[in-house]
Design a protein around this ligand. Structure first.
Ligand SMILES: [Zn+2]
Length: 268
């Protein structure tokens, strides 16, 4: 009888109450580039010479997941003259202002392991890491093959509980938070699709594109692992966006960043 009751409650929850999902966006620094040629676009294609660096916190019925962890914490401090990277308040302090400690985070997933996405990763080593097998091999086993990997920022994750992925993954089992495999920028690059009740479907780009112009021009940075694979991932993600009517956020877009409601505000 007790079993039956548990079953009935589980079923009614599954079909009745929708999980409450919130997305918080944090300012985790800026990067400046006098020349944007390395991104596969020309200096005439955009007037933007700065990239916003976001961190995200997803709250799924109280289960917390970090998606991307910003610039290295060593960058935190006031901007000095001629700095091409700056970061005002660490993600750790921004979370603390919301009464969240690194140890409260249940899951972490990173669009990829470049240094501007895993800057605080070691602080979240107690969380379960969701990572593509291919990204794990590149970032942990052969990091010397990619100068944008800085293993000292994430080496403690070698000991973390992990869920190894090989493709798309439904994080909470209800379709509300989907990791979408989109390799090419790095071997296991991925984007995130959220089903927000009020905002609607939203896709977070990772580094599928860096600038608004990158999307318009289908440009692939010279430092991508595989340009052809990147173009195939662009096709896959653009098809998903078109099919679902999702809003698409280019994470590094300065224009987008200026329009965002940053944490502690949220999107739901
Ligand atoms: Zn990046």
């Amino acid at each position: 009888m007790k079993r039956l009751l548990v079953f009935v409650i589980a079923v009614s929850f599954g079909f009745g109450a929708r999980a409450e999902l919130r997305l918080h966006v944090f300012d985790c620094g800026r990067l400046a580039f006098p020349d944007v040629g390395a991104f596969g676009i020309g200096n005439d294609d955009t007037g933007v010479r700065e990239l916003f660096v976001p961190c995200y916190l997803i709250d799924h019925d109280g289960e917390l997941m970090i998606w991307d962890a910003g610039l290295p914490l060593s960058e935190v401090g006031p901007r000095r003259e001629d700095d091409n990277a700056w970061y005002e308040t660490s993600i750790i302090d921004q979370l603390a202002a919301m009464d969240i400690a690194p140890g409260d985070i249940d899951y972490t997933a990173y669009s990829h392991f470049h240094y501007d996405h895993v800057g605080a990763a070691n602080a979240f080593a107690s969380a379960t890491l969701l990572i593509q097998q291919s990204e794990y091999e590149a970032a942990f086993e052969t990091p010397e093959t990619n100068p944008v990997f800085r293993p000292e920022l994430y080496d403690q994750l070698a000991e973390s509980d992990k869920i190894m992925l090989d493709g798309d993954h439904d994080v909470f089992g209800d379709g509300s938070v989907m990791i979408i495999s989109a390799p090419g920028h790095t071997p296991g690059h991925q984007v995130l699709k959220l089903e927000l009740e009020n905002f609607g479907p939203l896709v977070l780009s990772g580094d599928l594109y860096h600038f608004e112009a990158s999307r318009r021009l289908r440009a692939t940075p010279v430092f991508n692992t595989d340009a052809e694979q990147t173009l195939a991932s662009m096709d896959k993600v653009e098809a998903l966006v078109a099919e679902t009517g999702a809003t698409f956020w280019i994470g590094h877009s300065l224009e987008l960043a200026e329009s965002l409601n940053l944490a502690p505000a949220w999107y739901d």
